[in-house]
Write a protein that binds this ligand. Structure first.
Ligand code: HPA
Length: 249
């Protein structure tokens, strides 16, 4: 069974036929909400909106550890994380879907590891996870194959820059991120990906570009949020098609 993390624009997975909801208690506190189990295109799946079902939890206050711990407890075989992002380079304009292959982490002050002392609660000793390739390659390929089957164009690769938020970035911060090699900017990609790796959960991401990043394209002067919602709504229908193809064997 696969898990789907919903981001902004995906607080409800309308295409999931719900069978049950489960409140999971974790050693790390409350997840963003109960896990929603159901079937997607006839296949069992579990859904969790990382901002909460009412989209009330900002990126820096999401309990990433509890969310991932809950999914592992549910016995999922992998996690597909949907995120909405700003596009930095020209090829990543609004409406583009991307399966990133790298991450740069600019977040701070978030609970970013399960390894906090000799008493590790996740059943493995303290270790330094390998993060050379932060996403599970076989899941990335599965998303790309699903998109091809669904007839949806998706960018195969990109560097996801994870910022702290909740404010958007300054134009200079985006220029710096571009010099660093970032293609995309979002607020939730980390520590989620690293925590999944610590738990031994395969994890990959499908990003939806909903705006040009600050200072770029039509965001040269400001980022307007109403336009952003429109792009998101348009793209979500495509995301749903990809998700259905993804879970189908
Ligand atoms: N910056 C950070 N996070 C985002 C953006 C952005 O421009 N758009 C959507 N999520």
């Amino acid at each position: 069974m696969f898990a789907i993390f919903g981001g902004s624009g995906l607080t409800n997975l309308a295409t999931l036929s719900i069978t049950r909801r489960e409140v999971v208690r974790t050693p790390y506190g409350e997840p963003s909400g109960p896990l929603t189990f159901g079937t997607l295109a006839g296949v069992e799946a579990v859904f969790m909106p990382r901002h909460g079902y009412g989209h009330t939890i900002p990126p820096h206050l999401i309990n990433y550890r509890a969310n991932l711990w809950a999914l592992r407890a549910a016995g999922v075989e992998g996690v597909l994380a949907v995120t909405s992002v700003g596009g930095i380079r020209d090829a990543y304009g609004p409406g583009v879907l991307v399966v990133p292959d790298q991450i740069i982490d600019y977040t701070h002050g978030r609970a970013h590891t399960f390894f906090e002392g000799p008493e590790s609660t996740i059943g493995t000793p303290v270790s330094h996870i390998d993060f050379t390739w932060p996403y599970a390659e076989h899941l990335r390929r599965r998303i790309l194959a699903a998109a091809a089957r669904a007839g949806e164009m998706v960018h195969a690769g990109g560097v996801y820059g994870a910022t702290q938020g909740p404010r958007l970035e300054s134009a200079a911060e985006i220029r710096r991120m571009e010099r660093d090699g970032c293609d995309l900017v979002g607020m939730t990609g980390m520590p989620e990906a690293a925590l999944a790796r610590e738990l031994g959960l395969d994890y990959a991401c499908l990003s939806v570009v909903v705006n040009h990043a600050a200072g770029k394209g039509d965001s040269a002067q400001a980022i307007t949020l109403d336009h952003l919602a429109q792009v998101m709504d348009g793209a979500m229908a495509r995301v749903h098609r990809i998700l259905e193809a993804f879970v189908a064997p």
